[in-house]
Write a protein that binds this ligand. Structure first.
Ligand SMILES: [Mn+2]
Length: 424
């Protein structure tokens, strides 16, 4: 289903007076509002192919109706999101869940929706049908060379799929680790993993990046092969200049200072990608900004500050992606909420008075520094984000449009109910 842009224009026209009143009020207090709007219009967050269907827990999954059942339908869904918010212009594929049978046809379909292919993701955390070796005791870390080779070959295969689609990066997340003390020799596990990553790295095209994603625990509960940002950075530094650390917000131990991690990785030129979600307890994969919106802002504040210090392009120099799971909400509605939260946090970060903050820091004026950040966070910037969408021909209010336009009803009619297995 390709959304009729006229429907969006009609809906915007009906809400324009109210929008303009709010926007003019907010913009009056901001000097560089035009520059901010331009940045918002360029900013894109990739949608992963596995987030378009209902997720689940190990206890069960309750699929909704009208979920995409094929890669083509997943691309259509991301195209729909992008038409509504102009900020979801890329899709990130998971191999082997989404292997294109005809890469050129898939590429053409994506182009029709204005979408690019973001990082491709490999999978060595579960066994696939007809697979020779088992990943029960890990993949790249495995004590058996045959298992390691199978995992390496799979990652090289994923790179090939990515090349065919025009992707420029590979994300490696390893479930490897151990569940009990004594199970692994940590050093041997590290060395095996590094050796495997070296072979994968060697297969990267020159203009590609590899992202090493870390996670504190789960599915292994005693140790993880890449358990934190220090271990990820260790691998990335040993691999070379095309290797980077990837930060997934939900992959930290409780109360970790993620904004500081982000700042230091940027300082080292080793932050490559970012997975957005939110959590209350662990890797909950909840809607971005639903639990800790202030933390999201503080992270974005460091992202913008750190990228500007390095002269990086916010829109293109990091891989931005949502990595969430939707167990009780309509996945598309949830994704619209997540992208909105990201755009608001980004806008807030762009609004921070850096000169004032720097002065406060140099004067040890703790109160003034806090005031700078909190004044910004308490500014309602939703009309600025809406204005950026309006100018791009997207919807003033994507979520209302999605709901009032009965889009899900149309998708259900088109696709029927299916129960594809999805979700991390
Ligand atoms: Mn992730």
């Amino acid at each position: 289903m390709l959304l009729d842009k006229q429907l969006i224009a009609d809906s915007n026209a009906a809400a324009i007076t109210e929008h303009q009143r709010k926007f003019n009020f907010t913009a009056a207090g901001i000097d560089n509002v035009e520059a901010i709007i331009k940045k918002l219009m360029n900013f894109q967050v990739a949608i992963p192919s596995w987030a378009l269907g209902t997720g689940g827990t190990r206890f069960g999954r309750f699929p909704g109706a009208g979920e995409p059942g094929s890669l083509e339908e997943k691309i259509e869904d991301v195209g729909l999101l992008h038409a509504l918010n102009n900020s979801s212009g890329a899709i990130s594929l998971h191999i082997p869940w989404d292997i294109p049978t005809d890469a050129n046809a898939i590429k053409a379909l994506a182009a029709q929706h204005g979408l690019l292919f973001d990082a491709v993701n490999s999978n060595t955390f579960q066994n696939q049908p007809n697979q020779k070796e088992s990943y029960k005791f890990g993949s790249l870390q495995h004590v058996d060379k045959a298992v390691r080779k199978q995992a390496i070959d799979h990652n090289i295969e994923v790179i090939k799929h990515g090349v065919a689609l025009g992707s420029k990066s590979l994300t490696v997340w390893l479930a490897d680790g151990s569940c009990f003390p004594g199970q692994l020799n940590f050093r041997r596990a590290f060395e095996n993993t590094l050796e495997g990553l070296h072979e994968i790295y060697a297969a990267l095209p020159e203009d590609w990046k590899v992202f090493v994603e870390y996670k504190a625990y789960e599915p292994n509960f005693y140790s993880m092969a890449v358990g934190d940002w220090g271990q990820s950075l260790l691998y990335a530094n040993k691999l070379g200049k095309q290797a980077y650390t990837l930060v997934d917000l939900g992959h930290h131990l409780p109360n970790a200072n993620i904004e500081q991690i982000v700042s230091l990785l940027l300082m080292e030129g080793k932050l490559g990608g970012f997975h957005f979600n939110d959590s209350k307890y662990g890797d909950d994969d909840l809607t971005v900004g639903s639990m800790k919106p202030y933390q999201l802002f503080l992270i974005f504040n460091e992202l913008v500050e750190g990228m500007d210090a390095k002269g990086m392009d916010h829109a293109t120099d990091l891989g931005w992606m949502i990595d969430a799971s939707h167990n009780v909400k309509d996945p598309l509605e949830d994704l619209l909420q997540s992208v909105e939260a990201i755009m608001i946090a980004y806008t807030h970060a762009l609004l921070v008075d850096r000169k004032k903050l720097n002065e406060a820091q140099l004067n040890n004026d703790v109160v003034a520094a806090q005031e700078v950040l909190q004044n910004t966070f308490r500014t309602d910037v939703r009309s600025i984000v809406a204005e950026a969408r309006l100018r791009a021909g997207a919807a003033l209010d994507p979520l209302s449009f999605f709901r009032s336009g009965k889009i899900r009803a149309q998708l259900i009619k088109d696709r029927g109910i299916n129960t594809i297995a999805t979700g991390l």
